[in-house]
Design a protein around this ligand. Sequence first.
Ligand code: FES
Length: 239
Amino acid sequence: MENKLVNIEIDGESIEVEAETSILDAAKILNKDIPTLCYLEEKNLIGACRICLVEIENSGKLAASCITPVSEGLKIKTNSSRIRRNRKMNLEFLLSNHNIECPSCISNESCELREIAEEFGVREVRFEGKKSSYQIDQSTPSIFRDPEKCILCRRCESVCRDIQSVEAVQVFGRGFETVIKPSFYENLADSPCVLCGQCTLVCPTGALREKEYIEEVWQALDDPEKHVVVQTAPAVRVS
Ligand code: FES
């Protein structure tokens, strides 16, 4: 059976797409650049970070484009001062409970969160408060886990469960106590983790990294030239 097509408008451009296509996917067809963080194509569609907000002109409401399907006659704005303001605020909420020691972070040069923070011009976080405090987990030979760098995007959980069928890491707790950790254990070494490393490939921050990569960074820190590169990378700071 053929899928039903619907007509929508994105930033004034008309397009016909299959019903149930997400706004994010429809916008990609028109080469619209919508930032995302928790989204992982066909794997993690939970709408957690709200960085991909767009405006539904028909209702005036903001919606997470990665999980909102199109419908006939929908008119969408992907870029306006209201959208940018709200995306930036959501980013600051994420950063308010994040270890923002970027210069010493293992993912300093490859952090999606930091890249988006720079893109949005975040130089300080307005929402100061209690921060989660966790131990670094170095219990396995190949995976480094720093829960204080985790933004609860749940990409690791989805690849571990849906791709690898392992379920070594899961979300636990509620509200401020929410944490992604090895299932029922404190350390990865005690969990069913098979050290496949898939979680390290999808983590957008420095929460999960391969130890081999970390060794390279530490070696780079001993190299005076590379040391300068790592140290001068812009950091996000709390005022
Ligand atoms: Fe859409 Fe996170 S990317 S809510």
